[in-house]
Write a protein that binds this ligand. Sequence first.
Ligand SMILES: [Zn+2]
Length: 182
Amino acid sequence: MSELSLEGHLHRRCGGHYTLAVEEVTIRLSGMSARVDRAMFKCDKCGDRQHTVEQREEAEREAILTMRSAHSLLTGKEIRHFRESFGLTTTHFGELLHGLPKGIVEGWEKGRYLQSPTVDAMIRTLADREERERRAIRASLTLPPLPGEIPVAVAGLSADAHADEAVVGGAEPQSVDSSVYG
Ligand SMILES: [Zn+2]
């Protein structure tokens, strides 16, 4: 009965028994494909093949790893570090990406789902603070201060050091900041 193993189980139709085997399969996701080894149970008499849920999921994870590497997409760990460096929850990160549910973001980070190249490029644009702020406004979201950052309401009142950065950073950062954070 176990989903985990059919090892030695009787195949009633032919009287054979299932044993663990490996097959090479092509898995396609988001317009990409990868050849991976997938474990399965094969009847030693008639050759019937059965896969457990775990075997399917493991092969998909392997395919996602391969595709991310082949197409230079962000890994799950990189997406998580990226998100955390902006102090964003998975919910808020998804909201900045056209309102994707947090389950999708979690799936990317755990290597269960694959982001398309288009979405991967969109994720990378979030490295730009102004882009994050534009997307936050569209999503009616208030961005948290970056980890270790002085809250803008306080920094705006004092710190000349921040004024220097603001000039380098470009157009009217203080007015943008106050509209986002205020
Ligand atoms: Zn059989």
